[in-house]
Design a protein around this ligand. Structure first.
Ligand code: FMN
Length: 213
């Protein structure tokens, strides 16, 4: 068992991830307030995110809300998106790369170690990202949607990444956290750092962290 796997779970036998706490279906801020206050935030306070906050954020991006249905719409319900976390400072979660499993609402360990700095370098050296407690990376398996919609699926998948990112950005505001969407990065380098399978492509980053009050 890797150190990360050990840090990410408990109980007997090899542990490859962590079950997330259930997301909350209520919040203190209205949707209108979240929309009014959303702003790209690139300066973060040093505090860690809680596992509950992480749970809420990944659920907002791609959580299951009904059988075979999620928080974000999907062309033909083909669900091409995969959500990765590059965790740096999250209470109860070792620094590393994790893949979100929506059906189980669970994080699966992919690789251990804090890669926020090399990830920021791969994002045309946007060093501010390395100060975020974690970076959410939205990736996609285009094939899931192209088998049904052919070439047009390309635009559908990009639209879906926008839906998931906006859900995440608004959820961050609702939690009192800071976040920014980012599309400038080297695809090959990000795929290497995240150990993405060959049929997955990174599409969008959303670094998230605490903000100074
Ligand atoms: C598709 C897309 C890609 C973006 N890429 C980056 C990026 O790589 N780095 C960055 O700092 N901001 C990035 N942004 C954030 C924009 O700079 C920001 O949304 C814009 O300045 C408006 O500010 P606001 O988000 O505070 O309203 C991106 C936004 C979008 C929609």
């Amino acid at each position: 068992m890797t150190d990360l796997a050990a840090a990410a779970g408990s109980g007997a036998g090899p542990v490859q991830g962590i079950n997330l706490p259930a997301p909350s279906m209520t919040g203190a801020k209205s949707l209108e307030e979240a929309l009014a206050h959303r702003r790209s935030v690139r300066e973060f306070a040093p505090g860690a995110l809680t596992l509950s906050e992480v749970s809420q954020l990944v659920w907002a991006a791609q959580g299951v809300t009904a059988p075979e249905r999620r928080t974000a719409p999907s062309a033909g319900a083909t669900y091409p998106l995969e959500i990765y976390l590059v965790a740096g400072k999250v209470d109860g979660l070792g620094a590393g790369v994790y893949r979100y499993r929506p059906r189980q609402h669970r994080l699966e360990a992919v690789a251990e170690g804090d890669i926020r700095v090399p990830l920021a370098v791969a994002a045309v050296d946007q060093q501010w990202m390395s100060q975020a407690a974690m970076v959410v990376v939205i990736a996609a398996v285009f094939e899931r949607t192209t088998v049904r919609y052919g070439k047009r699926a390309e635009r559908y998948v990009h639209m879906e990444a926008g839906h998931a990112a906006q859900n995440l950005l608004l959820q961050a505001v609702a939690l009192g956290l800071g976040a920014t969407p980012a599309g400038a990065f080297n695809d090959a380098e990000v795929s290497r750092l995240l150990h993405l399978p060959v049929d997955e492509a990174p599409l969008y980053f959303v670094p998230v962290g605490r903000v100074s009050r």
